[in-house]
Ligand binder design. Structure first.
Ligand code: C2E
Ligand code: MG
Ligand code: MG
Ligand code: MG
Length: 281
């Protein structure tokens, strides 16, 4: 009987694996086509001063509307784009588009900071610096308007190579954020060696404030550490007033999350007031 059960289990898993492999293959092919057919666009999520609601900049987030499947989440297609190398081409497009957005905002006299997510594959790409430099030049934006978001795991492999790549990026005049901070290797001794400017506290620490006191302590500790290291700190995934108030009380003055705004189309973003509503505490 145990044997029969085992056999069923085997069939079950192989079916699931097959379906997953097929879906992966499907997405891979569709990604290729989607890049050719311009099926991608960007949304922009405001980063806000927790003290007065002023918009300080935006994170650019890629969106894919498939002609048949409709919207497909980046959580689904970014890892496949990464594994196949398609992320390099897609990522270059994202950077051009985000810089063009920043240029249009600057021309209109609006806040023009924009953050772009970089994937591991892009960070390792030998052409990254040349491409970034060309993109900045062609867009005409001041390089300090562009912020690149990397994750800890991208830095912790070959540390010396990572540092020299970061230094080349910094030489272009852009700034560097560590995204999803606290979820990766978090080697604190290395952290000071990396020429980074911003830590982004991962949403997983923010989402259970104020119910989870551990998360509150971790968040407060990351903010305090960032201050000691002279880094700016951004909290992501802020959904409630309590979370925003907690962050502000702990000296985290840059916040991003649904509490203020979801990621929006460029038109909607440009229609936002300079200050988003912050209710009195
Ligand atoms: P991320 O860089 O950590 O981006 C933040 C994600 O959290 C975004 O999901 C955003 O929509 C979501 N978010 C923001 N505020 C809240 C909130 O208050 N509550 C909740 N529940 N979620 C919130 P999104 O846009 O689905 O992107 C997911 C991930 O995909 C990103 O995480 C990033 O790692 C990756 N990604 C997105 N766009 C790009 C891109 O252009 N290039 C690369 N390489 N990766 C990208
Ligand atoms: Mg990010
Ligand atoms: Mg993040
Ligand atoms: Mg992320």
């Amino acid at each position: 009987e145990a044997k029969a059960k085992g056999k069923n289990t085997y069939h079950f898993y192989s079916k699931e694996l097959n379906a997953a492999a097929n879906e992966r293959l499907y997405i891979e092919n569709e990604l290729r086509q989607g890049i050719r057919d311009s099926q991608f666009h960007l949304h922009y999520q405001p980063q806000v001063d927790s003290r007065d609601g002023r918009i300080l900049g935006f994170e650019a987030l890629v969106r894919w509307t498939h002609p048949v499947q409709g919207p497909i989440s980046p959580f689904k297609f970014i890892p496949i784009a990464e594994a196949t190398g398609l992320i390099v081409e897609l990522g270059e497009w994202v950077m051009r588009e985000a810089c063009a957005f920043s240029a249009r905002r600057a021309k209109a006299g609006l806040e023009a900071n924009v953050s772009v997510n970089l994937s591991a594959r892009q960070f390792q790409d030998a052409n990254l610096i040349a491409t970034m430099s060309k993109t900045l030049r062609e867009s005409g934006i001041a390089p300090d308007k562009l912020h690149l978001e990397l994750t800890e795991s991208m830095l912790m492999g070959d540390v010396d190579t990572a540092i020299s790549q970061l230094l080349e990026m910094k030489r272009l005049g852009v700034s560097i954020s560590i995204d999803d901070f606290g979820t990766g290797y978090s080697s604190l001794s290395y952290l000071k060696r990396f020429p980074v400017d911003v830590l982004k506290v991962d949403r997983s620490f923010v989402q259970d404030i104020p119910e989870d006191s551990n998360d509150m302590e971790i968040t407060a500790a990351i903010i305090a550490m960032a201050q000691k290291l002279n880094l700016n700190v951004v909290a992501e995934g802020v959904e409630t007033k309590e979370q925003m108030e907690f962050l502000k009380a702990n000296n985290c003055f840059i916040v991003q999350g649904y509490y203020f705004s979801r990621p929006l189309e460029e038109g909607a973003v440009n229609a936002l007031p300079e200050h988003l509503e912050v209710e009195a505490p």
